[in-house]
Design a protein. Structure first.
Length: 400
């Protein structure tokens, strides 16, 4: 009788890299998973309204590209991006007040990739990054994954305070300052022009990169457009401008771009070659064909989103407890609420979700100690009637 040999001991594979062990997932993604039930009215996501997508125009563009230039559309392309899209983008940016050539641009797979490429090109583990407080939480995730030390800059209702920035740059020697100065995520606030000029002056005097992220700038419902920081005096060689088609065309296309000085742009292109070689050619060529109808489409979207913002602003006084305060954004997708003490919006969320409504707690948006009484509401995905009903449910959940 043969005796079976004992199986050799199994050795565990090597552990995950520290950078992914130490950085958690997106809190918003976790919340969206919980609130995916169709009966939930969710103010939690940052999702454009799907019924407003230009489905006919995008479909026609894809059909034309595949009919007329199939070899180009289905083939590998250059890392920098399809010339037709870069040329159209450069013309749009120039028309908005910032002279730009095609060669100033790198097309990315969403502006989130642009932020990741910049982190790869600029940051060493332990480098300091300055951010707003609160800050777009996916940017915090990118900087954390890069091993950066993230420090919030004090500010006010107009955004980062220039004097506080000057002091922090002198003391901390950061690599970059990350900003969403127009219709900021999460607060919805917009930095006025004098503040932008003051920040550009600090960056020029102190030697600092500014990353200006602008995914929402075309979604303005009130007031006049504020020029980019990138167009301020002294900003020419130190401001990187990021943009996206996700909020004005369709997020499923995964199309963004960065405009940067030549040396940094080339470094980002090298980083992109190692990540995905290039953004899909088919999507780029279709988007290029949609540019001539984009302004009309954005105009229709602005009209609808403006009504939805107004519906949320009208319903908030009756939904929130006495002593609450909130922003009134001139555009974008979000507004920011601060409840009175001792409300903790993270602890309250499960009880609110029981009422089939959801928001994003404010805590994940802070690089340092969070204000736990805050929350973010997205107003663009639901109709005015749905917003009214969602706020009624929110008020009921908060009252409990």
């Amino acid at each position: 009788m043969t005796v079976a040999e004992p199986a050799p001991p199994r050795v565990a594979p090597p552990p995950l890299a520290a950078r992914v062990r130490d950085v958690g997932g997106s809190a918003v993604r976790d919340i969206l998973a919980v609130t995916a039930r169709p009966e939930v009215i969710s103010f939690a996501g940052g999702l454009p309204a799907p019924e407003l997508f230009d489905r006919a125009g995008i479909s026609a563009a894809f059909h034309a590209v595949l009919e007329e230039t199939p070899a180009q559309a289905l083939q590998y392309s250059t890392t920098e991006g399809e010339p037709a899209l870069r040329s159209g983008l450069a013309a749009r940016i120039t028309a908005q007040g910032l002279p730009t050539a095609s060669d100033d641009l790198l097309v990315t797979t969403g502006s989130q990739q642009a932020l990741s490429l910049l982190a790869t090109a600029l940051l060493e583990p332990g480098d300091t990054v300055l951010v707003e407080s609160p800050c777009y939480l996916a940017a915090l995730q990118v900087f954390g994954l890069a091993g950066a030390r993230v420090v919030p800059v004090p500010g006010d209702e107009d955004g980062v305070d220039p004097d506080a920035l000057d002091d922090l740059v002198a003391r901390e020697r950061p690599k970059l300052l990350y900003l969403v100065p127009t219709f900021q995520n999460p607060t919805g606030r917009t930095m006025p022009a004098p503040r932008r000029e003051a920040l550009a002056a600090v960056a020029a005097r102190r030697g600092l990169w500014i990353v200006e992220d602008d995914p929402y700038g075309e979604l303005r419902y009130d007031g006049e457009r504020v020029p980019w920081i990138a167009s301020c005096p002294g900003a020419e060689d130190r401001v990187v401008l990021l943009g996206s088609f996700s909020k004005v065309m369709a997020p499923g296309l995964r199309l963004g771009w960065l405009r940067a000085p030549a040396g940094l742009r080339r470094a980002c292109a090298v980083a992109k070659q190692a990540v995905d070689l290039h953004t899909p050619s088919l999507n780029q060529l279709a988007a290029a064909r949609c540019l001539d109808r984009l302004d009309a489409h954005v105009g229709r979207v602005r009209a609808v989103y403006g009504e939805r913002r107004d519906a949320m602003l009208a319903g908030l006084p009756g939904a929130l407890p006495e002593g609450s305060v909130w922003t009134r954004p001139d555009g974008g997708m979000f507004l920011w609420v601060r409840l009175p003490d001792p409300y903790d919006t993270t602890a309250l969320l499960p009880r609110v979700v029981e009422q089939d409504v959801a928001y994003v707690p404010g805590a994940p948006f802070y690089a340092a100690a969070p204000d736990r009484s805050t929350l973010r509401l997205c107003f663009v995905t639901q109709t005015p009637d749905e917003i009214t009903e969602g706020l009624r449910r929110l008020g009921r959940g908060l009252a409990r």
